[in-house]
Write a protein of this length. Sequence first.
Length: 177
Amino acid sequence: MPRTILALTAIAFVAAAGTAQAQAPAAQPAAPAAPAASGPPPEYGVSISTAEAKKVAAAAIAQVPKSGSPPDAVAIVDTGGELVYFERMENTQIGSVQVAIDKTRSAVLFRRSTKAFEDALAGGGAGLRLLSVRTAVPIEGGVPLMAGGKVVGAIGASGGSAQQDGQVAQAGAAALK
């Protein structure tokens, strides 16, 4: 008799657990690591020239007071992520030098704005995987530079808030078009 009770208790426990499992809410789908773009990322083109990089940087620097940002560091890299041009405004915080360069490399290596990484990380869930990608900078202010529909480099700005840096970088990128 005790074995029968033990067996019936075990069966009841398993059945109850199965019922509870069946009633558990369905798992939510994971958020994408980065916002999905329509179609494949743009191809790489011929790297930006020094003259074009200076033009891009000048437009970005001109945007700094308009955005309300403190002095910025502005970096321009080629398609391989190598520095083509760099400018640091007077009294820019020294830490912004490397941050601007890192933002450019992230934008060119992944062929997307660093804002895409910032948004994915802010979404949590699967977006947190970005923390393990060493070269993905999840801070707005890095933007791929496009010419003829192809990535020719990237611009990165640092010194203000992420939003201000994004405005500065976008202004520079717009000068190339």
